[in-house]
Design a protein. Structure first.
Length: 364
């Protein structure tokens, strides 16, 4: 039996008359606060594609299902130079993880400046007050200077893992955007491109935990950068990227990721992209090892709200909440962007045994 997400509904749409949301609300981070409440950090798009990261509190019905949100304000808006560009600025597509080695929440988000998108970080102890940690600093990979290329879709592991150099480390998933890897470029490339061709895919990087981290907890350089997973199936053959932050389950590290395909024949010059969601399980001790990967999408843009919007045919998972509050540790609510305009939520029930459809193995 295949694993599928069960939609629970749309919980947030642009508020009428709210100038901060005229361009859409989308791609929220999700995390439980110190008070046990669930908070989302959606991207709020104003006129001119000026993006802020908001903060909202999720409202649940009597059965414990999310049904709406209470708007609480702005968590981050473009203020640093690396978040500004001549036409405005961008703090986009946040993920939030409580990182146990730091004993605080770390937000990874896309900072959009005149130089393009880069991964930025911020920290908080209460979710309401955030301080910037600056841009992520990467060690070069072979001849590639990661700090000078576009990068998106970053999320942190909540606990320390062991790096390839056998050091306890914090780890990050991200998606570098190498030249000649955008969907309009890669859709005409061979399906079986080598890893050396730098197809847009999920990478993993490590940050060694020193005995005493420098104040104010700015993370050291991310090293041991390497590809984690390449596009494999037709529904994700243009690119894949990290979605929800890794969350530890009885099977290993669960991530819900996005994959992109072209709905039009390759022979056509135009493109009609489709963003769907898939699932991976990574080994608890060695997260570079993929234990399970869904061969088919677990959520595709089938509803009108997912097929028509600012960008058509998009489901984009970014937030996940394990429902320990309901005594259901195998239930996960996945929050996702709908056509870059609204926010939906779907339920994932993790089975006791993973289905045989999943592919196993390492990097690809």
């Amino acid at each position: 039996m295949s694993i599928k997400l069960e939609r629970l509904g749309m919980i947030m749409a642009p508020e009428k008359g709210n100038e901060n949301e005229v361009g859409g609300v989308l791609n929220p981070a999700a995390t439980r606060g110190p008070d046990g409440a669930l908070y989302l950090f959606p991207r709020l798009v104003a006129k001119g594609n000026y993006s802020r990261i908001g903060i909202v509190k999720v409202v649940f019905n009597k059965d414990g299902d999310p049904v709406g949100v209470e708007r609480l304000g702005i968590a981050l808006e473009p203020e640093a130079e690396y978040e500004k560009h001549p036409d405005g600025g961008g703090c986009e597509d946040a993920r939030v993880t409580y990182v146990e080695p730091l004993q605080r929440y770390i937000m990874t988000y896309t900072a959009f400046s005149q130089f393009g998108p880069r991964i930025a970080l911020a920290q908080s102890t209460d979710l309401f007050h955030w301080s910037r940690l600056g841009l992520a600093d990467f060690e070069p990979y072979k001849l590639i200077d990661f700090n000078s290329i576009n990068n998106k879709n970053a999320c942190m592991f909540p606990m320390a893992v062991i790096s390839p150099h056998h050091h306890p480390s914090m780890a990050m998933l991200h998606r570098p955007l190498f030249p000649v890897t955008s969907p309009d470029e890669s859709k005409t490339m061979p399906f079986d491109r080598r890893i050396g061709d730098h197809q847009e895919c999920i990478w993993i990087s490590y940050c060694h935990i020193n005995k005493e981290l420098p104040k104010p907890y700015h993370l050291p350089k991310f090293i041991s950068n390497q590809p984690l997973a390449l596009p494999v199936a037709p529904w994700e053959n243009l690119k894949i990227g990290a979605g929800t932050p890794p969350i530890l389950t009885k099977h290993g590290w669960l991530i819900v990721y996005h994959g992109v395909s072209n709905l039009k024949p390759v022979s056509e010059d135009s493109q009609e992209l489709s963003y769907s969601a898939g699932m991976m399980i990574l080994d608890k001790e060695n997260p570079e090892k993929i234990l399970f990967r869904s061969s088919q999408p677990i959520l595709s843009p089938d509803l009108p709200q997912e097929q028509m919007g600012v960008v058509n045919n998009v489901v984009f998972p970014t937030g996940i909440d394990r429902r320990d509050d309901l005594g259901k540790p195998n239930r996960f609510d996945v929050y996702y962007g709908m056509a870059d305009n609204r926010i939906g939520v779907a339920r994932l029930d993790l089975p006791d045994e993973l289905p045989m459809e999943g592919e196993t193995g390492g990097n690809r």
